[in-house]
Design a binder for this molecule. Structure first.
Ligand code: AMP
Length: 200
């Protein structure tokens, strides 16, 4: 699938950003406000949002906010989750896939970069899948983590521990770009250097 863009955004780097985030909103209000701030950055920079297509939790909030800013939103949801996660009815494009693997492949195909917001198991699984694909050299799209109020501090410490214990090259640990502010994070992704030392 190719994403159509208006001519004035042709030169915007990373035109389409895939956001992984919770199907819940979390306990602290800052998770929602940081997610909305990222959505504003995406819409104001005339980038497109690609996401899991749901109308619940942080996922629905980010999509609503990009749409409210006249941004383009592409949702990708497996048919088994259309009712469970409530497919968003107002997206620019909604792709319904046969399964979860096809959903994630489609999301990856449609974007130029990935950003993870706070979330649970699904968010972590999506994040680590694209990180492991990058580590293997399957793609060279930059990957960012919006570390809202230190939500991911313990995960980042664990990744450092894994690298220190010899299970991960530092170059692969550094595939994950981290910031607490959405503008800073997007700037880091725009200037990120592709991995030169793929695992395979
Ligand atoms: P969560 O972070 O658990 O709230 O999930 C966020 C999104 O990740 C939801 O749309 C889930 O459907 C999706 N997701 C992607 N891969 C998986 C998986 N392997 N298991 C569960 N959820 C997943």
């Amino acid at each position: 699938m190719s994403l159509s863009t208006s001519s004035n955004v042709t030169n915007v780097p990373l035109r389409s950003i895939c956001v992984f985030c919770g199907s819940s909103a979390g306990v602290e209000p800052d998770y929602l406000s940081a997610s909305l701030a990222l959505a504003d950055c995406i819409a104001q920079s005339e980038r497109s949002l690609v996401y899991g297509g749901a109308d619940i939790g942080l996922m629905g909030a980010v999509a609503d906010r990009v749409l409210a800013g006249d941004g383009k939103v592409i949702g990708v949801i497996p048919k088994s989750l259309v009712d469970v996660e409530i497919a968003h009815p107002g997206l620019t494009e909604l792709h319904v896939t046969d399964g979860m693997h096809e959903r994630k492949a489609k999301m990856a195909e449609c974007c130029d970069a990935f950003i993870a917001l706070p979330g649970g198991l699904g968010t972590l699984e999506e994040l680590f899948e694209v990180l492991t694909w990058a580590q293997l050299g399957y793609h060279q799209k930059p990957i960012g983590l919006l570390n809202v109020n230190g939500f991911y501090d313990s995960l980042l410490a664990f990744l450092d521990h894994s690298a220190a214990q010899g299970f991960m090259k530092l170059a692969h640990r550094d595939l994950l770009h981290v910031a607490s502010d959405p503008n800073t994070l997007i700037e880091r992704l725009v200037s990120a250097k592709p991995l030169t030392a793929a695992k395979l």
